[in-house]
Design a protein around this ligand. Structure first.
Ligand code: ATP
Length: 677
């Protein structure tokens, strides 16, 4: 312990117990992490640093963890930096007295704006030594950049960045060599990368979570004069993983963990209305026979798969406020009968889009239903014909500031799961039990609130008939779910093999559509010269934090859509591909323009093939030579996925899985996997 303390002191002399964590200390850790690709070593750096924070300045644990995962607050808080490359370049230029042209030229040459900032900063004479940055100061600074609104917001954002940049790197005694060790521990580099939303450390959110658990366990053992056992570490990890999956908010978890200890965390941090959990997801299948193979000998149930928008509805009645923790009240809206909120698939607040649903909530519950969290699909509803309308109708609804009285497209909410009821999480109950609770606690009303249609038959022809009926009822197909036992519990954030999706149009061909990120475009030819005619798309590799290209696409777009896309995408062009884009180097395959990674599109394909031109899944062992990536043949544009962020696009591993499945149709074997990591 004395050695460790000495090391700490030598490395960061200004970091005394109780003083704010120097941002330089965090950046030093970042730079060590950046130089390795080994997950265990990354985890060790990470947990050692967190332990040091706990020992010296526990109050800074929360901002430290947030800066490590490139977030300022939990997703549901809706705090986005919203800063494009041009604004960042402006701030770098103004801080360092270099012209925008020079910065742009540097960016073209170096490719990483973080390093451009370091270079700019190191050519700048320093007149005075600014006050060193601290972790909490940087967090606050970034927060104020993210939250400025109103007139002149852009200018004030630039000012905020300038303020941080001009205080950066004052501790460095030598000039940073941007060509050595990836630019070393420069603060400017990491501030800029944070603003871009990509720290590029290869530090997955999941690794931070596990490192945090390890650090806490070690810290608590140390306080008792003990060394943690492997069992202690495993228990700590599993506790934190479970708690985080039910309550994905470090803002709530970290203070509770420091106060009550990790062993008691589950008693204090439980699923609660107001904090959206990451939804459970399904695995694709290609045939009903595959479903039967998977569930052999176990009871399953089929439900209609509605084609709308996922909605997690949280509600607490007026006379049951004790269910709502003060720390989460900010994310709920007051309604006449209590408080409520609707969250999207990626935990964004949808309440402004569905005021009509919020208004009616209290009419859908029985008198003694005081609080709940429901997993649902909102679907456009034809009031005259009394039936479900296609997804496209739903998309014509405005996203924000909708007034209930102006709504033209009515929606019906189809509830398919219940996660919390009357003060208690029910995720661990079996699906059969949750369904029973659903039917006793709610009052369905046709065209407004209904329970997902289901069928418990286990025979092939019963399922086939039910699938045909679902298609007639304008659904996408079926969801087939484990019905009984522990395995049928709700698994937040997991893509689970206990939920299988059977879509009508992939009963032959590739199992599922893909959600891909638009990275670049090619100018159109002939009729399409004023718009982009084709686009370069990529999947996402969460373990390396890289977008890997997967196809060019020019089919499935109407003229109007092409025009709209041109307008939308012209705003986010960048001078050259980001360093975290992986595409073949060959000159003739480069798109004419590159974009920031912002938009996700749903795409269908005839099949998948290996290609030297693309990089999707090239490290997933599909090509024995490790060179070719996977690409889509005859891709076709389906729709824009507003509800997915680029890092929620189809992952490289999923693309590889689809490719392998196509090669030899394997069964849905193997454990459930976390979707987000
Ligand atoms: P994924 O969520 O699997 O990445 P995705 O968002 O494209 O893919 P789908 O593949 O279409 O969605 O399938 C899952 C989605 O189906 C759920 O997220 C949910 O919105 C919707 N859904 C409709 N009906 C049901 C149901 N009965 N049970 C579960 N999900 C349903």
């Amino acid at each position: 312990q004395t050695m460790l303390q000495k090391q700490e002191k030598d490395a960061y002399p200004d970091w005394q117990p109780g003083t704010p964590v120097p941002y330089a200390a965090l950046c030093k850790t970042f730079s060590l992490i950046e130089l390795t690709t080994k997950r265990l070593i990354i985890m060790e750096y990470c947990s050692k640093f967190l332990r040091q924070v706990m020992r010296l300045t526990p109050d800074d644990l929360l901002p430290t963890v947030l800066l490590m995962i490139n977030k300022l607050a939990p997703d549901y808080a809706g705090i986005e930096l919203g800063i494009g490359e041009s604004l960042i370049m402006k701030a770098i230029g103004e801080t360092t007295g270099r012209s925008l042209q020079v910065i742009k030229a540097d960016q073209k040459e170096i490719g990483d704006l973080g390093l451009v900032a370091v270079k700019s900063r190191s050519t700048q004479p320093t007149m005075f030594k600014p006050k060193a940055l601290t972790v909490r100061g940087v967090h606050q600074g970034l927060m104020s950049i993210a939250t400025v609104t109103g007139n002149g917001a852009q200018g004030r954002k630039v000012d905020g960045i300038k303020k941080l940049l001009s205080s950066s790197d004052s501790h460095l005694k030598e000039k940073v060599d941007i060509n050595k060790d990836k630019g070393g521990p420069s603060e400017a580099k990491y501030i800029i990368r944070f603003l871009e939303g990509k720290l590029r450390l290869g530090l997955a959110d999941r690794t931070v979570l596990v490192s945090l658990a390890q650090a806490v366990v070690a810290h608590e053992a140390e306080a008792r004069g003990k060394i943690p056992t492997t069992a202690d570490l495993e228990n700590g990890e599993s506790t934190l993983k479970t708690v985080y999956s039910e309550l994905p908010s470090y803002d709530v978890i970290i203070p509770a963990m420091m106060k009550h200890g990790i062993a008691n965390l589950r008693d204090h941090c439980k699923l609660r209305p107001g904090v959206p959990l990451k939804p459970m997801l399904a695995k694709p299948t290609k045939a009903i026979t595959e479903v039967l193979d998977r569930f052999e000998g176990q009871k399953f149930t089929c439900e209609y798969k509605y084609d709308g928008e996922r909605a997690q509805i949280h509600y607490v009645a007026k006379d049951a406020d004790q269910d709502l923790d003060a720390s989460t009240q900010g994310s709920t809206k007051k309604i006449d009968s209590g408080v409520a909120c609707i969250f999207s698939r990626n935990s964004e607040d949808l309440s402004k889009k569905y005021p009509d649903v919020l208004e009616k909530l209290s009419a859908w519950v029985k008198e003694d239903t005081k609080s709940f969290v429901l997993d649902c699909e909102t679907v456009a509803w034809d009031v005259t014909e009394k039936k479900v309308l296609p997804f496209q109708q739903l998309m014509t609804r405005k996203r924000k500031d909708v007034k209930a009285e102006d709504i033209k497209v009515k929606v019906c909410v189809f509830a398919f799961d219940l996660l919390y009821l009357n003060g208690e999480a029910v995720v661990e109950k079996s699906l059969r039990e949750r369904r029973e609770l659903l039917s006793t606690a709610f009052v369905p009303t046709e065209g407004e609130f209904q329970l997902a249609t289901h069928m418990n038959g286990q025979e092939l022809d019963e399922i086939q008939t039910f699938l045909d009926e679902s298609v007639k009822a304008s659904c996408e197909g079926l969801m087939v779910k484990m019905l009984d036992g522990k395995e049928s519990g709700y698994e937040p954030s997991k893509r689970s093999r206990n939920w299988l999706k059977v879509k009508k149009d992939y009963l032959s061909g590739v199992g599922d559509s893909l959600d891909l990120v638009v990275l670049g475009a090619y100018y159109g030819k002939g009729k399409r010269t004023s718009v982009y005619g084709a686009f370069l798309l990529a999947c996402y590799n969460p373990s390396t934090d890289v977008y890997e290209t997967v196809c060019n696409i020019g089919t499935g777009f109407s003229e109007q859509v092409l025009e709209d896309l041109h307008t939308q995408l012209s705003e986010i062009t960048i001078a050259r591909p980001k360093p975290f884009y992986s595409h073949s180097a060959g000159g003739q395959h480069q798109p004419d323009v590159w974009f920031e990674p912002r938009y996700v599109w749903e795409v269908k394909t005839a099949d998948l093939t290996l290609s030297p031109r693309y990089k999707a899944g090239w490290k997933e062992g599909v090509d024995p030579a490790g060179e070719k990536g996977i690409s889509l043949r005859f891709p076709r544009f389906i729709k824009i996925r507003d509800d997915k962020k680029p890092n929620e696009a189809t992952s490289s591993r999923q693309v590889a899985e689809m490719y392998r499945k196509q090669e030899s149709v394997t069964k849905n074997k193997g454990p459930s996997v976390d979707d987000d990591f």
